[in-house]
Write a protein that binds this ligand. Structure first.
Ligand code: ATP
Length: 477
C-alpha cells in the first residue's frame, strides 16, 4: 500500500565511483541502491525492476548518457533522473534539463550534494505516486482499509475524503500533521494512521502542552545518568519506545522555541541527543503530530518557526469541527448512548427525535468530546427508557450564558449592520419587529420546536409561549 519511493539505480562506467556513491547514499539512510556499470544493461533492468530514481553518468561507452536520458524520460516519465556531467558546461546542462532531467551534478560529486539531490528526487517520486493514488481512490470512492477507521464514528463526506487521503500518505516516511479544534478526534485519527502504516512497533503519545524545554527533551529523548541533579539512572525517552512504531506528538503549537528547534532536527535528520549526551541517536519511528492552534497565526505572532511549519505542512489533514458535520450527530449520539449504557450496565435508552434537532442548533465549541460529556451526564440521570432533553438543554443554555457578549459599542458603531437592518424593514426596526425576526429565525432553525427555539433565545419555554401568544393577540387586534 506504500507510495514511498526507495529504489535508486546508479549508472556509471567507473566501478569505483559507483561504490563510493552507494556508500554515501547508504550512510544517508537510503538502503535500496542498485548499480550498473554497463550502460547497455539499463533498459532491460528498468523493464524488470521498479526503479524510483536514476542517477546517470553522461559520458559512458556503448549507449551514451544522453541517449539513455532521452529514452528513459520518454518510456518512464515517472522516474526522476539526476545526470552527472564531467563539467558543468552550461550547454550540456541546458540540453539535459530540456530533455527532462530532474537535477544535474558536476564531477567530482560531493557525497552531501549527491544525497540531497537523491533525497529530493525520492520525495518528488513519492509525491507523484501519492497524487496518482489519490486520484484513483477519489474516483472509486473506496476505502482500502476500513478497519483502520473503525473507531471513528462518521458518515460525513469530508471525513471520508480525509480517510482516503490518509490511506495514500500513511505509508510515507514524511511526518503527518493533524490539525483541528479541540475534541474533534485528532488522537483517534493519529491511531488510525498508525494502524494504516502497518508498523510493528507501538503507538507512543506525548502531549507537549505545558512542557518546558527540559521536560519536553527529557520525556522525549530521555537522559544520560548524571545529566542533571537527580538523574541517578539513565532513562530512555519515549522516542526510543516508539522504535519501529509511531510517535504521536500532540499540542505541538505550544512548544517553545528551543523545543521546536530540536523537533525540527528530529523530523529532518531523524536524529536526537538524550539530555546530557553528545552522542546522536537515530530514530526510525513514524511521526504524527497534532495541534488545535492555527500555526500560521502562531508564525505571524513570532511563536512558531517557519521552517518547522514548512517541514510539517507537506502532509497535513484538517479534521472538521462537529458543527460542520452535523450529519454525524445521530450516529455519534447513538454511539455514546450505547457506550455509556454499557459502562453503567443498563439497557441503552432511546431519545426523542427532537433531541437531534436541538443539538443541530448548537455550535459545539468542545466538538465531539463535548457531545460525549453531555451524553455521559444525561444517561445516568434518565429515569425512563427515553432520555430527557433537559440535561442537553441545560448544558447548551449554560454554554450560551457563559459566552462573552459581543462588544456592544462596536456593534452600535457598525454602520453596515445598521444599514442591513434598515434595508430589511425600510426603516430602523422597532423592538417588536426585531423580536419577531429573532423568534421567527429561532423557530425556523429549531424546525418549529418551541422548546429548542426557547433554548436558543435564552428563554424559558413558557416565556416564549407567552410572547408568541401576545404577538398573535396583537396581530388579531
Ligand atoms: N468520530 C468519533 N467517533 C467516536 N468517538 C470520537 C470521535 N471523535 C472524537 N471522539 C471521542 O471524543 C474524545 C475527544 O477525541 P480526541 O481526544 O481524539 O480529540 P482531539 O482532537 O485530540 O482533542 P485535543 O485537541 O483536545 O487533544 C475522545 O474520547 C474520542 O474517543
Amino acid at each position: 500500500m506504500s507510495n514511498s519511493c526507495r529504489h535508486v539505480l546508479l549508472v556509471d562506467d567507473e566501478e569505483q565511483i559507483l561504490a563510493t556513491s552507494k556508500l554515501a547514499l547508504e550512510i544517508g539512510g537510503i538502503r535500496e541502491v542498485s548499480m550498473i556499470s554497463d550502460s547497455r544493461e539499463v533498459v532491460p533492468f528498468l523493464e524488470a525492476h521498479q526503479v524510483s530514481v536514476l542517477v546517470l553518468d553522461l559520458s559512458m561507452p556503448h549507449v551514451s548518457g544522453l541517449e539513455l536520458l532521452e529514452s528513459v524520460t520518454r518510456d518512464y516519465p515517472q522516474i526522476p533522473i539526476i545526470v552527472v556531467t564531467a563539467n558543468d558546461e552550461i550547454a550540456t546542462v541546458v540540453e539535459c534539463m530540456k530533455l527532462g532531467a530532474f537535477d544535474y551534478l558536476a564531477k567530482p560529486v560531493s557525497p552531501g550534494r549527491l544525497l540531497t539531490s537523491v533525497q529530493k528526487a525520492l520525495e518528488r517520486c513519492t509525491l507523484s505516486n501519492e497524487i496518482t493514488s489519490l486520484k484513483q481512490r477519489l474516483l472509486s470512492d473506496n476505502l482500502e482499509h476500513p478497519a483502520a477507521f473503525a473507531g471513528i464514528v462518521t458518515r460525513n463526506r469530508q471525513m471520508r475524503s480525509m480517510f482516503q487521503y490518509l490511506e495514500v500518505i500513511a505509508g510515507s516516511r514524511q511526518p503527518i500533521i493533524i490539525t483541528g479544534e479541540t475534541g474533534v478526534g485528532k488522537e483517534l485519527v493519529a491511531r488510525a494512521v498508525h494502524q494504516l502504516s502497518g508498523s510493528k512497533g507501538e503507538f507512543i503519545a506525548l502531549n507537549a502542552a505545558g512542557l518546558d524545554d527540559h521536560m519536553f527533551s527529557d520525556s522525549l529523548f530521555g537522559h544520560k545518568k548524571g545529566a542533571f541533579t537527580g538523574a541517578d539512572q539513565a532513562r530512555e525517552g519515549l522516542i526510543a519506545r516508539a522504535a519501529g512504531g509511531t510517535l504521536f506528538l500532540d499540542e505541538i503549537g505550544d512548544l517553545n522555541e528551543l523545543s521546536q528547534l530540536k523537533l525540527l532536527r528530529l523530523l529532518q535528520e531523524r536524529e536526537y541527543y538524550p539530555v546530557g549526551s553528545d552522542l546522536t541517536r537515530k530514530s526510525d519511528a513514524h511521526f504524527v503530530l497534532a495541534t488545535n492552534r492555527d500555526l500560521q497565526a502562531r508564525i505571524a505572532e513570532g511563536k512558531f518557526r517557519n521552517d518547522l511549519y514548512y517541514r510539517l505542512c507537506g502532509h497535513q489533514v484538517q479534521v472538521p469541527p462537529l458543527r460542520e458535520r452535523k450529519d454525524d450527530l445521530p450516529l455519534l449520539l447513538d454511539h455514546f448512548i450505547r457506550q455509556e449504557a454499557e459502562a453503567l450496565g443498563i439497557p441503552a435508552p432511546g431519545y426523542p427525535k427532537e433531541l437531534v434537532d436541538l443539538l443541530e442548533t448548537y455550535h459545539f465549541p468542545g466538538n465531539v468530546r463535548e457531545l460525549q460529556a453531555m451524553v455521559s451526564d444525561a444517561v445516568p440521570r434518565s429515569k425512563s427508557r427515553t432520555l430527557s432533553q433537559e440535561p442537553f438543554r441545560q448544558a447548551i443554555a449554560t454554554d450560551l450564558g457563559q459566552k462573552p457578549q459581543p462588544p456592544q459599542a462596536e456593534l452600535k458603531d457598525d454602520a453596515s449592520l445598521l444599514k442591513k437592518l434598515e434595508a430589511v424593514w425600510g426603516h430602523f426596526p422597532t423592538l417588536n419587529e426585531a423580536e419577531d425576526l429573532l423568534i421567527g429565525s429561532a423557530l425556523a432553525a429549531a424546525k418549529g420546536n418551541q422548546g429548542i427555539a426557547a433554548t436558543m433565545l435564552g428563554l424559558k419555554r413558557q416565556t416564549l409561549n407567552m410572547r408568541l401568544k401576545v404577538r398573535r393577540e396583537a396581530d388579531n387586534d
